[in-house]
Design a protein around this ligand. Structure first.
Ligand code: ZN
Length: 510
């Protein structure tokens, strides 16, 4: 068993700057790297003859058209484009579409990917019983590795922007390492650090489930705020940076709203541009004045003046129409995670909300959430989001008016909008960031007829993705990730998964 010190395990412990620097230096030397990617103006890229699925209402679908990328942005879309010195990509017969968006996933789950799949996940409890010992057994290096790999998994699947809900990082060195991992991966979006997570138990110890749950959704300590401040001031810059910091204040469902308000005010005062929270309707209403007193708690957030255009929630399966309107009117955003949430409906937690939210005018996207147990093939997630509408009567009515473009909207145009990135990405429009996915259509079984959206939404698979550009930089070409030594990373992941599993097994619950 690794020689863990108490300092590494208790977030509340004082960690001096020197100790942190030393630990960072130690950790960094052991960490895998991906080659530096060009930051400045790169060579223009001219994609020739693609069938372009723009998801931009003004442009629609454009057969056999060219797209020019300059300095990371889409510079032109049209026929017979030319550009001196450009790298030319022959895309004839392929479909070019926007990079997709995932508004809620946990990259750190890669540490256990496959060890607990949906068919064995019986209720939220079994997930928490997996999570708690695993997170207490992960080192900062493990967090760096899985964040890096998690970001690469997204890009490989054509997902160019994500919100990574980092909710297992109970010490500053862990959250720093995870943040560095996602930055190293080159994926865009938000690193949403969930504060209030602790682990008072160590490998080899026995802990009550109640204590572990209290740690998992604990109170925010000065150390959490110090970590948040470090991330905000040192590791992330806001503005037009491709990866930005979001904060998740404590999301314990029954906190007094006075406490919740204090948390949100303080998070916003750090200058973060997005606050993110898991929202589930409590099984029984919380006491008056507490989050979840009415419905899922959105009215409580509204009355406390906390909703706004930086307010983002995951799930919200049981939001009612009034709550959706409060979200819409304040500019707040939602991410549904339909493939995982289908089971919530079976557990009495309601069907995915994305159809109703979109109809109500809320910016809403979709996400995988459970990297642990669900496919990385994002086309599967898009399809599931559509099929999941049929769980409820209202969803069936909504789905009856949908085309394939509507089904894809949650992962592209509207998806980007649901992460405050609607002006940046999500459609293929001149001036937007060149987040692009080029899809082959020559596989046996890939439909040759129908609209481009019909063919992508109903027939595409991860294996069809030929190329991915993030901000104009090619990250995948000819079906393979560029400059990613997967054999080496896979070896490291296998070692980490095995070690963490063995270590986690030494933690017992009472
Ligand atoms: Zn989640």
């Amino acid at each position: 068993m690794p020689d863990f010190t108490r300092k590494q395990f208790l977030f509340g412990a004082a960690v001096t700057g020197a100790a942190l620097a030393a630990s960072a230096a130690r950790a960094t030397s052991a960490r895998p790297t991906v080659p530096a990617r060009p930051r400045g103006p790169a060579r223009p890229v001219l994609i020739k003859g693609a069938d372009i699925l723009t998801m931009d209402d003004r442009l629609g679908e454009r057969p056999a058209t060219d797209l020019l990328v300059r300095e990371g942005r889409i510079a032109a879309i049209g026929k017979d484009l030319a550009a001196d010195g450009a790298e030319t990509v022959d895309a004839s017969g392929m479909i070019l579409m926007p990079g997709m968006h995932d508004g809620h996933r946990h990259l750190w789950h890669a540490i256990g990917m496959g060890s607990l799949v949906s068919m064995r996940l019986k209720g939220l409890d079994s997930y928490q019983r997996w999570k708690m010992p695993v997170m207490a057994s992960m080192t900062p290096d493990d967090h760096h590795l899985v964040s890096l790999i998690g970001g690469l998994q997204a890009i490989d699947a054509g997902v160019t922007t994500i919100i990574d809900q980092a909710n297992a990082h109970f010490s500053q060195d862990r959250v720093e390492a995870a943040a560095q991992g996602i930055l190293d991966s080159g994926v865009s979006g938000w690193f949403a650090y969930q504060m209030g997570v602790s682990a008072s138990y160590r490998p080899g110890q026995t802990v009550t489930v109640e204590q572990a749950n209290a740690d998992r959704l604990g109170v925010t300590t000065p150390a959490h705020w110090a970590a948040a401040e470090y991330l905000a001031k040192t590791m992330f810059r806001g503005g037009d940076a491709a990866m930005k910091l979001a904060l998740s204040p404590v999301s314990k469902p029954d906190l007094p709203m006075t406490v919740v308000k204090r948390e949100y005010d303080r998070a916003r005062a750090l200058g973060v541009e997005l606050v993110d929270i898991h929202i589930h309707k409590p099984r029984k209403p919380s006491p008056e004045g507490h989050q979840g007193y009415r419905g899922s708690g959105i009215r409580d957030f509204h009355d406390a003046g906390l909703l706004g255009p930086d307010f983002h929630i995951g799930h919200g399966t049981q939001l009612d129409l009034e709550e959706l309107h409060l979200m819409r009117d304040s500019g707040a955003m939602i991410c549904a995670t339909p493939m995982g949430e289908i089971t919530y409906a079976g557990w009495g937690g309601g069907a995915p909300v994305h159809g109703r939210a979109r109809e109500a005018g809320v910016a809403v996207g979709i996400g995988i959430d459970l990297v642990l147990s669900l496919t990385q093939d994002y086309f599967e997630q898009v399809r599931t989001a559509y099929w999941s509408l049929f769980i409820e009567e209202e969803g069936r009515r909504i789905a009856s008016g949908y085309t394939s473009t509507d089904a894809l909207d949650f992962a592209t145009r509207l998806g980007a909008k649901s992460a405050k990135l609607g002006d940046v990405t999500g459609t293929l429009s001149v001036g937007k960031r060149a987040d692009l996915v080029l899809v082959r259509t020559d596989r046996i079984g890939f439909a040759m007829q129908g609209s481009l959206a019909d063919r992508i939404v109903n027939f595409a698979a991860l294996e069809d993705i030929d190329s991915v550009w993030v901000g104009g930089t090619a990250r995948k070409r000819h079906g393979r990730m560029i400059d990613v030594d997967w054999v080496q990373l896979k070896g490291r992941l296998a070692e980490a998964q095995e070690r963490v599993r063995r270590t986690a097994d030494t933690i017992r619950f009472l």
